[in-house]
Write a protein that binds this ligand. Structure first.
Ligand code: DAH
Length: 345
């Protein structure tokens, strides 16, 4: 075999070499990398080469030597990769059942809010949002609160700035103002959100809680529509045998105003602690939007009428799941939250 053929054959051998095991890698090392490699022999052969060809011969061998070294590196990499793939696949027993992922649970306020929204969406209500930091106009003035109304006082409202007043919204009714200012009737919207009141925290009251506001404005909207909508919601949410009662009340932004009660589904109106033996539990406030509020928000009260309602999401969740302390919603006690694992949303 001529020297050139021998070198070509070596090149081929190097290119095609595969090392599946450490031994095969070692064999390669011995043959092409170690001090006793084939290259020693090839360099020793130099003396048999015609002097004028020796330079080219030497260069060729060096090229092949470099090729052999590069290949050695890639053989090592390939073998390492193979090893780590094998480790990944080193499952003890593929027939074992998987370890179940531990699933979290949906917060009861989230599932309650979602359920309320779902019920109203079915009768054409959309969703609206507004800021938690509000100005006096949207939280009070546009809603027809008289200048010296007690709800404006320091003890109820968390003020951020005075004159002009900027505060944490005390109710989601501020969102209905924003909707009326920005949209033209017909309006059918639901506004869920957090509200803040400067109240002492107890089992029944919190300084931060959630409300959902509803607003319906169109031509010829009547109190009967309000009543029917409240009945529909109450039956959907609390069960088809639920009855409702509207008790006359007062809110600056509605006229007439009412408190919405549902028949106590816990004792079936026989009398229990929850309904304080009255057979009825309050779930929110409602009424016909006061004409002053409509005109404050740029809607002609001669042309349009509407109703609004507001409910506390915590209150509804507490009734539904028989939770007796409002503080539990924000304590993040895992023992409380875990109890809602099976609640569907
Ligand atoms: N904003 C009232 C509150 O925070 C709840 C409410 C009552 C909202 C009557 C309404 C309504 O839209 O019509 O207590």
């Amino acid at each position: 075999m001529s020297a050139t053929d021998q070198i070509e054959a070596l090149k081929e051998e190097i290119k095609n070499y595969q090392a599946q095991t450490e031994e095969e890698l070692e064999q390669y090392r011995m043959r092409f990398i170690s001090r006793k490699s084939v290259f020693g022999e090839l360099f020793a052969n130099m003396k048999n080469i015609a002097p004028e060809d020796r330079k080219a011969y030497g260069q060729t061998i060096n090229e092949v030597k470099n090729l052999a070294q590069d290949k050695f590196k890639s053989l090592i990499d390939a073998l390492n990769q193979q090893k780590s793939d094998a480790e990944d696949l080193d499952v003890k027993d593929l027939t074992l059942p998987p370890i179940p992922e531990s699933l979290g649970s949906i917060h009861p306020l989230t599932s309650t809010r979602k359920r309320i929204i779902e019920i109203f969406e079915r009768i054409g209500f959309n969703l609206s949002d507004g800021p938690e930091i509000e100005d006096d106009w949207h939280n009070f003035t546009a809603l027809n609160f008289p200048e010296n109304h007690p709800a404006r006082e320091m003890q109820d409202t968390f003020f951020i700035e005075k004159n002009p007043d900027i505060a944490l919204r005390t109710h989601t009714s501020s969102i209905q103002v924003r909707v009326m200012e920005n949209e033209k009737p017909p309006i059918r919207t639901l506004c869920p959100g957090r509200v803040f009141r400067n109240e002492a925290i107890s089992a029944r009251a919190h300084c931060m809680f959630n409300q959902v506001e509803g607003l319906y404005i169109d031509k010829n909207v009547s109190f009967a529509d309000l009543k029917q909508t409240m009945l529909y919601f109450s039956k959907e949410y609390f069960g088809k045998n639920t009855k409702i009662r509207l008790r006359p009340s007062f809110f600056p932004f509605t006229e007439p105003s009412a408190e919405l009660d549902i028949s106590c589904f816990i004792c079936d109106q026989k009398g229990c602690k929850i309904c304080k033996h009255t057979g009825w539990v309050e779930i929110g406030g409602c009424g016909m939007v006061d004409p002053n509020v409509l005109s404050n928000c740029g809607i002609d009260p001669e042309e349009y009428t509407g109703f609004a309602f507001g409910m506390g999401i915590e209150r509804i969740a507490m009734l539904k799941y028989r939770i007796n302390d409002i503080r539990l919603f924000t304590e993040n006690d895992i023992r409380f939250l875990r109890q809602f694992k099976s609640v569907n949303v």
